[in-house]
Design a protein around this ligand. Structure first.
Ligand code: CO
Length: 195
């Protein structure tokens, strides 16, 4: 998930200390629509090991490098039920959230707002989502967690969990809007390739 309005803030949260720490991490390639991996349901994470920790660190680095607020593992080519959310660019002191095998167990209300996605660059559209959600999952330490969320966090959680189910936000648009989007996007891709 991406927040357009923060584009000009150049990830100022990255401190000197953090820079040194992140030197060992890698920025991964973000898969873009219409790549197939984004359409596939991800597999549950069975063991949380060193590889999982490294993937999480790399995902954090990747998300921050593009000022994103959320990233799902399949967006970096790993088809596993794991996502991260970090609203600290928008909300002061928002913690980094790591959700492994997350499930939304309760939803309440409906609210419509603009959404973008790192896998569908340059496109924003209004999407209806539940106003509040209760999500359960496992954190990076392997502990069970439950998060009650509303506002942007609720939206980010639903957006990232959709990714894990092989759904993009454009799949939640009306069929007419989606057709229009697809045509425009294909044209854009051709133009980029033609340059
Ligand atoms: Co997204």
């Amino acid at each position: 998930m991406r927040v357009i309005t923060v584009k000009k803030i150049q990830c100022s949260r990255t401190s000197q200390e953090e820079m040194v720490y992140t030197m060992s991490m890698a920025v991964l390639e973000i898969r873009k629509y219409p790549e197939k991996i984004l359409k596939q349901k991800t597999a549950p994470v069975l063991t949380i090991d060193g590889k999982t920790q490294m993937l999480i660190d790399d995902m954090v680095e990747t998300m921050r490098s593009v000022c994103g607020v959320g990233l799902a593992a399949n967006q970096v080519g790993i088809s596993q039920k794991l996502c991260i959310i970090d609203l600290s660019l928008r909300e002061n002191k928002a913690p980094l959230i790591v959700l492994i095998n997350p499930v939304i167990v309760e939803r309440e209300g409906i609210v419509e707002a603009d959404e973008g996605c790192l896998s569908v660059p340059g496109y924003l559209t209004s999407i209806k989502r539940a106003e509040k959600v209760y999500v359960r999952g496992v954190n990076r330490e392997g502990k069970d967690v439950g998060i009650e969320a509303e506002g942007l966090l609720a939206r980010a959680i639903q957006h990232e969990l959709d990714h894990l189910d092989g759904l993009l936000f454009i799949d939640r648009m009306s069929p007419i809007k989606r057709e229009f989007f697809k045509r425009r996007y294909k044209k854009q891709l051709k133009e980029v390739k033609g340059k």
